[in-house]
Design a protein around this ligand. Sequence first.
Ligand code: ATP
Ligand code: MG
Length: 210
Amino acid sequence: MKIGIMGGTFDPIHIGHLLLGEFAYEDFGLDEIWFLPNGNPPHKKAEDMKDALRHRIEMVRRAIQNIPYFKICLHEANESLHSYTYKTMQELNELYPEDDFYFILGADSLFTIEHWRYFEEIFPTCTILAAMRDDKDIEDMRMQINYLKQIYGAKIQLLQAPLLEISSTVIRKRAAKGLSVHFMVPDAVDEYIKENRLYVTKGKNKNGFR
Ligand code: ATP
Ligand code: MG
């Protein structure tokens, strides 16, 4: 199978993430897209984090529940330590030797990837699908792709998807103010945020990530 990996914090998952997954699935003829919630950052308080992780996972589950080719992958979420992308990809290759992996990446990351820990180890494990915003910056991206191909033998393809001006940060901020996040997240996620009063500022927890 051809499997797309869409990693993220997903705090919360929003339609920008889902659209990227959908375009990767369609345009590259993938069989499944696996949403891979990151584990918790090491500097956050353990108790708060357990809850945050539980909520992040549950929101991904609800967002993808009716889409048979979207799955959740808990490989990083189950780790107690911070996971490196190269390591996750190596492990997924070992666990699923028959499958081919396609790692979905935002355009910005393509230009900073050389700063990632052991980034060279990523290239043999997958094809990178680099998402770009319509025709903007296409020349810069082509140059960067060619550079990474030549120097590291990376397999990289352009993924053309509508990148929306939506981020989890904006969603958390709006929810904290009691504003609607309707249409930015699937209905089931909207309901979950409301039911659980996620991101609502209370006492010392002012930063949304709870
Ligand atoms: P935050 O605001 O908390 O940083 P985020 O919206 O950037 O959250 P992440 O979970 O950090 O979401 O992102 C996971 C992946 O989704 C990244 O590769 C990122 O480039 C991509 N992504 C985020 N927002 C969008 C969007 N609006 N359209 C397309 N891709 C997006
Ligand atoms: Mg982000």
